[in-house]
Design a protein around this ligand. Sequence first.
Ligand SMILES: *[C@@H]1O[C@H](CO)[C@@H](O)[C@H](O)[C@H]1NC(C)=O
Ligand SMILES: *[C@@H]1O[C@H](CO)[C@@H](O)[C@H](O)[C@H]1NC(C)=O
Ligand SMILES: *[C@@H]1O[C@H](CO)[C@@H](O)[C@H](O)[C@H]1NC(C)=O
Length: 318
Amino acid sequence: MGLLFSREGRSGFSRGSTAEEVTAGIDGHGLVAIITGASSGIGLETARVMALRGVHIIIAVRNVSAGLAAKEAIVAKIPGARVSVLELDLSCMASVRRFAAEFESLNLPLNILINNAGVITKDCTPSHDGLELHFATNHIGHFLLTNLLLENMKRTCKEGGVEGRIVNVSSMAHLLSYPSGICFSKIRNPSGSNTFKGFMAYCQSKLANILHSSELSRILKDEGINISANAVHPGVIVTKNSKNMPIVHALMVSFGRIFGRSIEQGAATTCYVSMHPQVKGISGKFFDNCNIAKPSSKASDAELAKKLWQFSLHTVSS
Ligand SMILES: *[C@@H]1O[C@H](CO)[C@@H](O)[C@H](O)[C@H]1NC(C)=O
Ligand SMILES: *[C@@H]1O[C@H](CO)[C@@H](O)[C@H](O)[C@H]1NC(C)=O
Ligand SMILES: *[C@@H]1O[C@H](CO)[C@@H](O)[C@H](O)[C@H]1NC(C)=O
């Protein structure tokens, strides 16, 4: 069934490629990667495959016991895998700061940061800091995290001479168009059902990730730092996340039947962009099916990206 869509792109990989296939032969020993939300689904598979290639993985999760279970599952399959678990609640800025401090205290370098965690809920719950929950977790939390870890990444890159990579996982961002544009901290969609509102808010916060990638990549380029920042689309697949939203879940299950990929395929683009030598020097791009793709026109709006960056800076510093 997937064959219809499995034409290979320029990278030589396609939507049918698995994470193990796209990293075959790549040696990740000596590299350290932080992966947010890596205790289940695509995040866990990403962690497993990168650990298989020798990368020291830091699983950053809200639920530490789930993180430890994920670690056990990885180590059981890959004896000698280096996996650590640290607590991180992206919806709470204080937790993000604690995480960054705790990571610093380990005295590890940082080569790869994978902003993978995302929430999707049907309520308009405010976050710990009073922001709309999707925006807080999917964008502001990762924004702050990235900024706090950047010094270490720069240092690592300078000392090791290896390019640093920041990867944003932006699931579903291009499935919908965004009639209301970005709503920064409130959901403004009076006509929609709660579920739809939740879905829109999720998409918008993920769009914020793409916009942010392009702005961050521009800043790093301007500073002459060899750290790339790219966004990836892992594909529509059903993960634990969507179970909070029955309609979206049903939608994803049916999309999944037609267009979907397995978890092993869903993790492929993230692993490819995080580790593959072909991606060296490429930054500010949006990847789908292990190839450079075009995001929606709003997502490539540089002006919007700059505004979002400034709004985010203001939010984390106020
Ligand atoms: C945390 O993870 C454990 C182990 O997977 C699970 O049993 C527990 O219900 C989770 N707690 C929360 C609050 O999700
Ligand atoms: C990913 O998204 C977060 C939140 O939008 C942002 O802070 C971070 O800089 C982005 N990373 C990349 C690689 O663009
Ligand atoms: C960045 O990479 C380029 C090309 O590989 C290299 O010439 C340059 O010295 C690197 N810059 C830093 C700061 O490492």
